[in-house]
Design a protein around this ligand. Structure first.
Ligand code: SF4
Length: 346
């Protein structure tokens, strides 16, 4: 009878008498052991994390690492998070330090202050987490990274990084396609990179090389006038559901073309020294969504208004808002999406 073809982990020759290997033994022997499937939906380290964000149930971060690319990034949660293995340390920046960084001193300053070096970790161990969780959820992908990286990331990592990243991203999209009972939300600040040729097959763009399943909502972050052109890039990407996150909204974006957009989220900035959420600019976007028939979700006023109005963190609880903001108390979902079917984590 063939019990186990692995000569190291079988019978009395196994280092621990054939019982399952402990983590430390596995590491010591460098033996690849298939993970035991989880009995319960896993939401702990290495898998998915419950989210306090109102418009998703949990986050899944198979990629960790980034570099600022536009003013919307300046208060990026990820920038203040130094990631070393599984240990996380929040770096607190004073307003003065933040000002120096935002004065255009460049990436080296960011690195000096935050330890956020642009090094990217591709967390293969987290890749299959959504497949193990059988209860349908709304999952925000890559809380601490982007889904597109340019040549500067090859320099910051290693030769061949972008090629490996490209393959890894294809695997992420593959998992999303397989886990059809979940709904995945992806945002990028670099949509233009999806319109460039792939490394593996320069005859195809990145967008053309990926599957675009129905359960993937793909969007761009836009907070300033300079970023509005990202909406045009998004329109060229064949996602089934396209969305825009106007968070952090930092100024009036004037006239917007929302053709081909299925959902809009609007929000103020989070964190200490958050910049002001321009209420009239938000009202203008809501009005344009109404005119152009796009569902809109006003997520939060942000921490600047939270401290001015003495509301809870991020000012995301609609009931706490004063009545003169009633016109902004709107929470709609993409047409045809039933939020109640997604369920929440228990
Ligand atoms: S692109 Fe996103 S993750 Fe990267 S620095 Fe900007 S805000 Fe942070």
């Amino acid at each position: 009878m063939i019990e186990n073809l692995n000569p190291i982990n079988s019978g009395r020759f196994a280092p621990n008498g054939g019982r399952p290997l402990t983590k430390s033994l596995t590491r010591a022997l460098d033996v690849a052991v298939e993970p035991v499937p989880d009995k319960k939906p896993k939401t702990s380290k290495g898998a998915m994390y419950r989210s306090k964000v109102d418009w998703c149930d949990c986050t899944w971060s198979p990629i960790v690492g980034c570099i600022w690319c536009c003013p919307e990034c300046w208060r990026c949660f990820a920038t203040r998070l130094q990631v070393r293995g599984d240990r996380k340390r929040t770096i607190k920046l004073t307003s003065k330090q933040l000002l120096r960084l935002t004065d255009g001193q460049g990436v080296s300053s960011i690195e000096r202050f935050t330890g956020w070096t642009g090094a990217v970790k591709l967390r293969r161990d987290r890749l299959r987490a959504p497949l193990r969780d059988k209860a349908p959820k709304l999952i925000f992908v890559n809380l601490v990274s982007d889904i597109a990286y340019g040549p500067e990331f090859e320099e910051k990592n290693y030769e061949g990084f972008l090629s490996e990243f490209e393959g890894f991203r294809r695997e992420i999209f593959g998992v999303i396609e397989k886990a059809h009972w979940h709904t995945f939300q992806i945002l990028t600040k670099r949509p233009q990179l999806f319109l460039e040729p792939t490394i593996a097959d320069p005859g195809k763009t990145v967008a053309e090389s990926l599957p675009w399943p129905q359960n993937l909502w793909f969007g761009v972050s836009v907070g300033t006038k300079k970023s509005v052109s990202k909406i045009d890039d998004l329109r060229k990407i064949p996602a089934k559901i396209r969305w825009i996150s106007f968070e952090p909204l930092l100024e009036d974006l004037l006239k917007l073309d929302l053709t081909g957009i299925d959902w809009v989220v609007i929000g103020g900035e989070s964190g200490k020294s958050a910049r002001e959420f321009p209420l009239d600019a938000a009202r203008s976007i809501v009005a344009q969504c109404r005119e152009q028939g796009v569902p809109v979700y006003v997520k939060q006023l942000g921490d600047d208004w939270a401290s001015r109005l003495q509301l809870g963190r991020k000012a995301h609880v609609l009931d706490e808002w004063p009545s003169d903001l009633d016109d902004l108390k709107i929470r709609e979902w993409p047409n045809g999406f039933d939020r109640s079917n997604n369920g929440y984590m228990k």
